[in-house]
Structures are given as C-alpha cells and as structure tokens.
Design a protein around this ligand. Structure first.
Ligand SMILES: [Zn+2]
Length: 303
C-alpha cells in the first residue's frame, strides 16, 4: 500500500474493519431460518419446507413417472410440482398446469397413460402462484379447456401473464361449489391463507369396489409475515380441512403426501399406498405448528 497512515488513522481503520467484520459475522450467524418445529419426529424450518416442496430447477421441470393413483385419478406432474388428471367418459379434468414450460411435459405424460390431451375439458387449480397455474393460458390454447377458479384467487391469477398473455377465467367459483363432468363431481373448498383463494378439491373415486374420499390439498404454508387477516384465514382453513372426509391425501407438491415413497411401494396385488387415511392431515399439522411458532416469534419481536 502506498498510503502512510498515522497511528491514530490506522487505529481507526482497524476499528472500522473490526466493526464491519463483526457485524457481517453477526449477520451470517443470525438464525434467519426460523422457527423450527418438530412434528411426528421430523424437524422442519421455513427453508427446509421450501426446498422439500420445490427441489431443484430440474426437479420442477422433469416429469415424474405418470401413474394411476386411485380410480380415475392419475399423476401427470413433475418431480416436485403436482398435476392431476381426472378422467371421465365425457373428457378429462386437469388440476394444475404448473409452469408454462411444463405444459408440453404434462401433455407427454397424459399421452403416455393412453389418454388424449385434447380431451381435457376443464382446467382447475389449487392456488394462484406461477409454479401451479402459470401454464393455464397455454393449456387452454392447446386443449380448449374451460378454466375455473375460486373467485378470491382471481385477482392474483389475472396477474400471472406469461409472455403478456391474459390469464383465462371462464367460470368463477364460490366456496363449496361443484364442478361436474362425465359423472365425476369435484367440490371446491376455500382454504385461504397461502393465497386468498387457495382451493382444496375433494371428490369420490371408486377403486376395486370401494368408495374413496380423495382430497387434493392446497398449500397451507404461511407467508413469512402473518398478518391478522392471514391468521384468521388459516384458523378457519385448518378447521375446514380436518372436517373433510379423507382416504387419499394428495397435495400440490408431491412431498406433501410423500408421493415418491408411496409410488415406490405400488405393486400389483399389494395394498394401494396412496390410500392412507392415517396420514391425511400430517401436512396440515406441520403447517399449523409452523404458523403458531411464526406468530409467537412475531409477537416476541414486538417492542
Ligand atoms: Zn404457492
């Protein structure tokens, strides 16, 4: 260095460097990934849940082996973003187009299962975030499907405009409304919190002579800051979902219902691992514990 520093100057410089170092160390050590909650022996943090849900970019865009779940319900999504195909003699219903760049991947999975992509007549969604519903416009363009959405999610959906394309909405639904096609009826349940119109879908499926209650859950993950409005929405939501009859829990991210492990256990003659009433509300339990812990943390942070 060509600078000549006085004893005082270098002392101040050292002090300054020391302060910068200690404050950046402090920042690095700050436990920003809080709170941590333990549910059924597993510990979760906001970051661990997010990475469990999303995986890598490749996980989000690589097809997971398309498969039958129960009855007329099939998985046609990627490794970490769920898309469900409900087939009927009058055409099909798709839940979640996911990212626009995944629409052709979903088409391939539908075709691989022996169904026609162009037979999709109705497109539904779980919530107005791009990773679940960005592909709605393209999917409608390719299939002519009617797009139906919970009215509380419509403003957020209309803000999702890949390449400037307007978000299609053909029918707005209210809490408890039914969508019927070819003898299959899906019921839309408003389960707000993660988004204003987060929708949990239920239907009955017939499988091997048994009637099964299927629940396509929305995400129940709370945003980093829980406002009183959001808290009230979640309080209602956690009550509502636990009141739904459930034999087959599904979710808009496969990790929410342990898809990979269950899929690996699918074997002809063996019990269907997707029929799992004992674990219907595990995801709700995790997210509710996280919400309560977050609220405590927020209250503690107040002066
Ligand atoms: Zn989301």
């Amino acid at each position: 260095m060509g600078y000549r520093l006085s004893a005082l100057g270098s002392g101040l410089l050292a002090l300054g460097v020391g302060l910068v170092l200690s404050s950046s160390l402090l920042f690095a050590q700050q436990p920003t990934d809080v709170p941590a909650v333990t549910v059924r022996g597993q510990t979760y943090t906001p970051r661990s849940i997010l990475s469990r849900n999303m995986g890598t970019d490749e996980d989000q865009t690589t097809a997971f082996s398309p498969h039958k779940i129960v009855g007329n319900i099939y998985y046609v999504g990627t490794r970490t973003l769920s898309s469900f195909l409900v087939t009927t003699p009058a055409g099909h219903i798709l839940i979640n187009s996911t990212y626009e760049r995944n629409v052709r991947t979903i088409e391939k999975s539908v075709t691989q299962l022996g169904f026609k992509f162009s037979d999709i007549k109705i497109l539904l969604g779980t919530h107005a975030h791009g990773d679940h519903q960005e592909g709605d416009a393209l999917l409608k363009e390719l299939t002519g499907a009617q797009v139906m959405a919970m009215r509380e999610d419509v403003p957020a959906l209309e803000a999702i405009k890949p390449g400037g394309k307007a978000h299609p909405i053909d029918r707005m639904l209210r809490d408890g409304e039914e969508v019927t096609l070819g003898g299959t009826t899906l019921t839309a349940h408003l389960t707000a919190g993660h988004t204003r119109g987060c929708t949990t879908w239920t239907m009955k499926a017939q499988d091997g002579g048994t009637d099964l209650n299927v629940v396509f859950a929305c995400s129940y993950r709370s945003p980093p800051t829980v406002t009183p409005d959001i808290e009230a929405e979640f309080n209602r939501t956690f009550k509502v979902i636990r009141s739904l009859p459930c034999d087959v829990p599904l979710g808009d991210h496969p990790a929410q219902y342990n898809m990979t492990a269950k899929h690996a256990r699918l074997k002809p003659g063996a019990p269907n691992p997707f029929i799992d009433p004992a674990n219907c509300w595990v995801e709700a339990e995790i997210q509710e514990a996280m919400l309560r812990a977050q609220l405590k943390l927020q209250q503690g942070a107040k002066p």
